[in-house]
Design a protein around this ligand. Structure first.
Ligand SMILES: [Fe+2]
Ligand SMILES: [Fe+2]
Length: 296
């Protein structure tokens, strides 16, 4: 393995300033996403109401329908309206779909040819989301779909780095390719790890708290929070997905999982291996999800 020595630079705090300014300037999420969060939190809201909200956004409607009708969901017939999709798939699935599509679109194109490969990042994120959902089912979490959504967005901070501190991020990626955990390399060169930046962006977008919480703590879950179980599912999902080969080419270090985390989600080595084995199949089914995310 190539030896790569990183030294903290004087500019790290300056870089961090620039990133914070960039985050403040990020556009807000489409209002349709907030409307959705609000309505879905109300247990009495109906499929029709959710359908009406999504339908108010033409682009989102088209893409949700494209996604629903892809092989991923294996539905027996063509779905022509969002209301129908909600009835067939459930509110939570349609919500995480709309959220993933909206967040993806905020960062659709990278500014640079080198650096972070966005398609690879979404592939990794989708693998983590799939694993996290399977882990959540094992752990008998009340809502495994939350683990899927949190998994999908756990590494969003990397995209922010790539966008606002590209040169330094490349340096961190190189160190990581040489064997140093990426979040450690980022803390040295960029002034903070992607976990912190991800939390800042997702909180700024006022997403439900378990999402920024997971972005912040997915490399070291601990303490006592009501969101800890979802976060632990993503931590385990992240390790399993990387171990199964769904890592970014520049960030292949598989994190070690402590006994405590494994116990937290009722996981054993055998169960983790079984999830890794099922992942290829889940990802093959998710190919349409990825394509729809990327608007192809
Ligand atoms: Fe991460
Ligand atoms: Fe990750």
């Amino acid at each position: 393995m190539q030896e790569f020595v990183l030294r903290p630079t004087l500019e790290a705090s300056e870089t961090w300033e620039r990133i914070v300014v960039g985050i403040r300037r990020l556009p807000t999420l489409p209002s349709v996403v907030f409307e959705l969060q609000r309505v879905i939190q109300n247990v009495r809201s109906s499929a029709m109401e959710v359908g009406r909200i999504i339908s108010s956004d033409q682009v989102l409607t088209t893409r949700v329908l494209q996604l629903v009708n892809s092989a991923y969901h294996g539905l027996p017939r063509q779905v022509h309206s969002v209301t129908e999709a909600v009835t067939l798939l459930g509110l939570e699935q349609v919500k995480s779909m709309a959220l993933a599509l909206s967040v993806h679109d905020m960062f659709a194109t990278g500014r640079y040819a080198d650096g972070l490969d966005r398609a690879q990042l979404w592939r990794h994120s989708l693998a983590v989301a799939n694993c996290a959902r399977l882990v959540a089912k094992e752990a008998a979490l009340e809502d495994p779909e939350q683990a899927f959504t949190a998994g999908l967005l756990h590494d969003v901070g990397k995209v922010v780095f790539d966008q606002y501190a590209h040169a330094q991020f490349i340096e961190a990626l190189q160190a990581s390719a040489g064997g140093m955990p990426l979040h450690q390399a980022e803390a040295i060169v960029l002034g903070a790890p992607h976990t912190r930046v991800g939390q800042m962006v997702l909180s700024r977008w006022k997403l439900p708290e378990f999402i920024p919480y997971t972005a912040m703590h997915h490399h070291s879950p601990g303490g006592s929070s009501e969101h800890l179980p979802v976060c632990a599912c993503v931590t385990v999902g992240n390790a399993v997905a990387k171990w199964a080969g769904y890592a970014l080419p520049t960030d292949k270090v598989v994190p070690r999982l402590s006994k405590r985390i494994m116990q937290m989600v009722n996981m054993s080595q055998e169960k983790a291996s079984a999830i890794a084995e099922r992942l290829d199949e889940a990802m093959a089914e998710s190919a349409d999800f990825l394509q729809a995310l990327q608007g192809k």
